[in-house]
Each structure stands twice: as structure tokens, then as C-alpha cells.
Ligand binder design. Structure first.
Ligand SMILES: [Zn+2]
Length: 117
């Protein structure tokens, strides 16, 4: 595990003391050696330091969310299943029709609310 390299935007599971639950966090900064130095909780926005020891194994979702549909309008906290990326959770809306989604491996930007053009 020591050789594992991380990049900004990757997902890492750990316990959030603010939310009081185990959830996916986003890597916000890494050291030159590719080790995580800071992570952000997408739910409460808390940025914290990270130790590999605090990492928790990612757990499979208890139920499969609905497939991602770009014509739908999503809100933060909603989950979806993407045909390429798997299960993701909306962390925030970047623009009215663009959102950040935290998938099992990393944070991705997706479009949504495309239904009325
Ligand atoms: Zn949190």
C-alpha cells in the first residue's frame, strides 16, 4: 500500500467526524510523493488532513440507484448509476447544468438538466 500514488480529485473513504458517518471524501492535495495530504468531505465541506490509517474500505451501496439521465435535474446528495463509472453521489452543482459527482474511484463533472433545450 505504501507505493500507492494518489492524484487530486480521487475518492477515498474515511470517517467524517462532522457528519458522524463513514463516506467518500475527495482528495484535494497530495504531496510530491503522491501521498494524500488533504481531503474534503463533499457533504459538509470540511477539509481535513488524511492518514492512510484512517482510510476505510469502500462499502458497496445498499441499493442500486437509478441510472444517470442527463435530462433529469439532480441535487446534491442524490445518487445514480453511470454505465461507465458505476455508482456516484452528487456532491455539488457547479453550474445550473453541471454537477460534480463522486464515483467509486474519483470525482467527475457531469452535465444534467438537459431536458428542456
Ligand atoms: Zn462531512
Amino acid at each position: 500500500m505504501e507505493k500507492e500514488l494518489f492524484t487530486v480529485g480521487e475518492r477515498i473513504d474515511k470517517f467524517c467526524t462532522v457528519c458522524d458517518e463513514e463516506r467518500g471524501h475527495i482528495v484535494t492535495s497530495v504531496t510530491k510523493r503522491g501521498q494524500i495530504s488533504r481531503v474534503r468531505c463533499p457533504k459538509c465541506g470540511t477539509i481535513g488532513t488524511f492518514k492512510l490509517a484512517s482510510r476505510t474500505p469502500s462499502r458497496p451501496a445498499s441499493k442500486t440507484p437509478s441510472p444517470y439521465d442527463r435530462t433529469l435535474t439532480y441535487r446534491a446528495g442524490q445518487s445514480m448509476t453511470h454505465e461507465m463509472f458505476g455508482i456516484g453521489e452528487v456532491t455539488r452543482l457547479v453550474e445550473p447544468r453541471k454537477m460534480e459527482v463522486l464515483f467509486q474511484d474519483r470525482l467527475r463533472c457531469l452535465i444534467h438538466a438537459q431536458g428542456h433545450e
